[in-house]
Design a protein around this ligand. Sequence first.
Ligand code: IPE
Ligand code: IPE
Ligand code: MG
Length: 248
Amino acid sequence: MARLIDPVMQPDIARSGPKHVAVIMDGNGRWAKMRKRPRLFGHQAGARRVRQIVEACPKLGVDYLTIFAFSTENWKRTQVEVAGLMRLFRIYITREMQAFVRENVRVRFIGDRQRLDKNLQALMDEAEALTERCSGTNLTIALNYGGRDEVARATRRLAEDVAAGRLSPEHVDEETLPRYLDTCLLPDPDLVIRTSGEARISNFLLWQSAYSEYEFVDTLWPDFSAQEFENLIQSYGSRVRRYGGAKP
Ligand code: IPE
Ligand code: IPE
Ligand code: MG
């Protein structure tokens, strides 16, 4: 039962800022609608916002930033919107790749890549390889990501290891399972922010956010500023994280 005495799971006043912040970037469609423009116009504005938030991370002490760009459920949208989003992801990755290297940002993707088109998959591989040695902010982009899908894929691979005799069932526990998740190289998020006023997690980082702090803000993602991000990071400092323990 080693995890019960794991020091990171002891009650703790979150004096220092969050090391890992995850963001559900929501509200692009409503932002566009307010301007009587197509939804894709909102997605373009949303994509432009990302750079400012990434750039704010180093001075705020945020080492890991994970952003939800496309969920496994977002395929339900119209073909026009999905195709526009996929095109936007290709343009965004192509355009930002060099900037990430300049800014020392290490990029990773989580989610199921199989269903994405081959050109996009190739760009994702290229961005990961190009930034592999970057030692600054760890930016993780969740693309065709769903928490349930991730746990199911992880369980399948874990079951394959058990069936092949590489893992014994007694060793399947809270430490082993997350090694099979897409996020195996990342710490759990300390703070999860969702914009646009919706108070739900929509299948984002289900396993990983078990003890995350949450902030739901009304701002639509294309209006979310570096200043608002900084304010949320500051207010995290007064939270008491108990992990089921008693108040210190
Ligand atoms: C978030 O904005 C971006 C994606 C889900 C791709 P939405 O497109 O969900 O915007 P709203 O919620 O309709 O305003
Ligand atoms: C969550 O937003 C997914 C992303 C931000 C990529 P959605 O807009 O898809 O979530 P729901 O449908 O409102 O729950
Ligand atoms: Mg939405």
